[in-house]
Design a protein around this ligand. Structure first.
Ligand SMILES: CC1=C(CCC(=O)O)c2cc3nc(cc4[nH]c(cc5[nH]c(cc1n2)c(C)c5CCC(=O)O)c(CCC(=O)O)c4C)C(CCC(=O)O)=C3C
Ligand SMILES: [Fe+2]
Length: 378
């Protein structure tokens, strides 16, 4: 029996990888960034020009990289405050620091068991399997260079972890406070997330969860219900609510999840709603989809309607989220050691799977994906 008593609590892991989307950091980055995002994805040219304009409106700088630097610092701070000596690295799918470069550095630093935190809390091809494909691509690149291959795992979906949900409850309450007093109690809650093709939603999550909206919609509805209940408890007011969508991109003839937030604001206004709080539960930080699609476009639509709106902040680098990540790391590490740790989750769905099963969030065109049961890597 090996002596495990001097092993750290995060063993067998020796590094945490923060894996994100990436964004441009200046006007000259915008077009190459969009080319990276959309390579082989069949997005109409007009849509790309339009989205490029969103970035140029903000000086060509997406807030996402700075937000990830903040999250990285929050994680390092939380880990060190709790005596957890686990290095944290950051890599992106679409912009520097690129995942492959980061993984090369992780290996050069001598790490061989890597746990991944993706900045996407829910199941879906874009939010989960595509990141797993990116990890497989990075491993393939290292393999081609003859480098030792680390084993890369991915944390379970954390959409219903209290450290992710509680900051959103507080943010919803704070947004309600921003509304004029006389419309506060009547305000509707509009929970928003990224629209995806309905075909991708229907096949999101493990195969048994496939069906109308799949795990993607079910998970968002579960989080929305948890927030609604907590806000009602806190304010003593029962508010109407709905899950709606934003940031749709694909061609018009392909069905995507609806309604869009702007259409929703119109119909709420027509139905006499006095005010709306938009709660972007689908996003981890206030990146461009939030800054443009909600704070610019949807807010302008509301102003045009004369409908008071406020937008709840995303979780970002909240200390409770950093602590949740530490708990999730310790939980998964214990599971990997064969223990049965407590697995925290709010809502009705329970904690998500640790390892994506075969057939989870399938791609339109199958490609190798690491950190799951169908990974071609150890
Ligand atoms: C589910 C989901 C999330 C949430 C989960 C997660 O976070 O992963 C997300 C996040 C993000 N999406 C982002 C940006 C973009 N997404 C695009 C396109 C697409 N997103 C999709 C889905 C998602 N996207 C899909 C199905 C497409 C169609 C093309 C394809 O199938 O790939 C495009 C192309 C142009 C367009 O908008 O059409 C851009 C520029 C940024 C960065 C923002 C910044 O820069 O601050 C972030 C965080
Ligand atoms: Fe996106």
């Amino acid at each position: 029996m090996p002596d495990l008593s001097d092993q750290p609590a995060h063993a067998p892991y020796d590094a945490l990888l923060l894996l994100s989307f990436g964004g441009p950091e200046g006007p000259e980055d915008v077009v190459p960034f969009l080319e990276n995002v959309t390579r082989g994805r069949g997005i109409p040219r007009e849509r790309l020009q339009e989205v490029g304009q969103h970035y140029f409106l903000f000086g060509g700088v997406s807030p996402i990289n700075e937000q990830n630097r903040e999250l990285l610092r929050a994680l390092q701070q939380d880990f060190s405050a709790h005596g957890m000596d686990l290095p944290v690295y950051w890599g992106n799918r679409n912009w520097a620091p690129y995942l492959t470069d980061t993984l090369r550095r992780i290996v050069a630093d001598g790490h061989r068991r890597v746990l991944t935190l993706a900045t996407s809390a829910y199941a879906s091809y874009s939010g989960c399997r595509q990141y797993r494909e990116n990890i497989a691509d990075a491993l393939a690149a290292l393999e081609a260079e003859g480098l030792p291959l680390p084993r890369v795992d991915k944390l379970r979906h954390y959409f219903n972890h209290p450290g992710f949900v509680q900051p959103m409850v507080d943010a919803t309450l704070a947004a309600l406070e921003q509304l004029p007093k006389d419309v506060r109690d009547g305000a509707h809650l509009a929970f928003t997330t990224h629209s995806i093709p309905t075909a991708a939603a229907d096949t999101s999550g493990p195969a048994p969860a496939h069906g109308d909206g799949g795990a993607y919609v079910a998970e968002h509805l579960d989080v929305a219900r948890t927030i609604v209940r907590a806000v009602q408890e806190e304010t003593g007011v029962e508010r109407p609510w709905q899950l709606v969508y934003q940031s749709r991109s694909g061609a018009p003839h392909i069905p995507w999840l609806e309604p869009d937030i702007c259409d929703h604001l119109e119909s709420l206004h027509a139905a006499g709603a006095p005010a709306v709080v938009m709660v972007p539960i689908g996003f981890v930080s206030d990146h461009m989809e939030v800054k443009y699609d909600l704070d610019t476009e949807a807010t302008a639509k509301a102003a045009e309607l004369g409908l008071p709106v406020a937008r709840a902040a995303t979780v970002g680098a909240d200390a409770r989220f950093a602590a949740a990540v530490r708990e999730l790391v310790l939980e998964r590490a214990a599971t990997e050691r064969g223990e049965r740790p407590e697995r925290c989750a709010l809502g009705a769905l329970g904690p998500s799977h640790d390892v994506c099963p075969v057939g989870c969030c399938p791609a339109r065109a199958p490609r190798p994906a690491a950190a799951g049961a169908d990974s071609p890597y150890a």
